[in-house]
Ligand binder design. Structure first.
Ligand SMILES: Nc1ncnc2c1ncn2[C@@H]1O[C@H](COP(=O)(O)OP(=O)(O)OP(=O)(O)O)[C@@H](O)[C@H]1O
Ligand SMILES: [Mg+2]
Length: 280
């Protein structure tokens, strides 16, 4: 019995974006990181594997579904990121309860039936927690690693530890922790408020011996970017929030051996954006 051929032979690095807890900003981070990686010149895909609440099409501003070619699915392109979501493939009356084998089947279709082509990075936006999607995924494709998103407070960090332990158990490398909603900078007076406390993500990373990849502030513009389908990295590329996402993207590139062009100046990034949105 020979080994089965790899499901996605053209993809160099598959990166899972997860969290133990729901609503901490995984999808927001995944969408912005995908755009930030694409801006370095890397070829990037984004797979929305949240069967329960697929948000990526909305956050990436893609309203049309994918087309088919020779019985395969052609990913939709948005901001030079190829994306596929459960939202495109699952009928409106999708089941409320996903059984393990169904999860496995759908995930497999995401890889086997989608024309991803050559990609430097394929980001996977996971549902929260440590369930069937995470498990199936880790068995199905070789993951370059998992990035964990957390908010700074203790209840969230507890779940981070659980989530990371799960990845460790299935031998997925831990690429690092991102602290989202880390602090709030008042747009009027510039005062900083640590709404959910601060620094927990970095402390957890130190404790677990994994890289701390960076902090993202809590900011209405980030939320608006998600709601309007213009991720802040694209909508306001010169903002400190966009810079924070780009910095994290660069850290991932460095860690994985550097397939992005890296070090692009903000001018060249701006030129690359086909539609420079302003979101202020
Ligand atoms: N840094 C931020 N500043 C402001 N709002 C944010 C930030 N990050 C995320 N949000 C908002 O918080 C909400 C939850 O974010 P998101 O959907 O990305 O979380 P999630 O972890 O993917 O959630 P789920 O577990 O349901 O998949 C969204 O409305 C999003 O716009
Ligand atoms: Mg999500």
């Amino acid at each position: 019995m020979g080994a089965s051929p790899p499901l996605i032979p053209g993809v160099r690095h598959v990166i899972a974006v997860g969290s133990g807890k729901g609503g901490v900003g995984k999808s927001t981070v995944a969408a912005n990181l995908a755009c930030a990686l694409a801006l370095t010149g890397a070829k990037v895909g984004l797979l929305d594997a949240d069967l329960y609440g697929p948000n990526i099409p909305m956050m990436m501003g893609s309203t049309t579904g994918p087309e088919q070619k020779d019985g395969k699915i052609v990913p939709v392109e948005s901001y030079e990121v190829k994306l596929i979501s459960m939202a495109f493939l699952v009928p409106e009356e999708a089941p409320l309860v996903w059984r393990g084998p169904m999860v496995h089947q759908y995930l497999q279709a995401f890889f086997r039936d989608v024309l991803w082509g050559e990609l430097d990075y394929l980001l996977i936006d996971l549902p929260p927690g440590t369930g069937d999607v995470q498990l199936s995924l880790s068995q199905m494709v070789p993951l370059a690693g998992a990035v964990t998103v957390t908010t700074p407070q203790e209840v969230s960090l507890y779940d981070v530890r659980k989530g990371m332990a799960m990845f460790q158990k299935v031998n997925v490398p831990l690429l690092g922790i991102i602290e989202n909603m880390s602090f709030f900078l008042c747009g009027h007076c510039g005062e900083r408020t640590d709404i959910f406390s601060h620094g927990g993500g970095e402390r957890a990373a130190t404790k677990l011996g994994v890289p701390f990849l960076g902090s993202i502030s809590i900011d209405p513009a980030i939320r608006e970017g998600g709601d309007s389908g213009h991720p802040i990295v694209i909508a306001n590329p010169t903002s400190p929030q966009a810079a924070a996402f780009r910095d994290i993207a660069q850290k991932l590139i460095d860690q994985l051996g550097g397939t992005g062009k890296g070090g692009a100046s903000i001018d060249s990034l701006l030129k690359k954006l086909k539609q420079p949105f302003t979101n202020q």
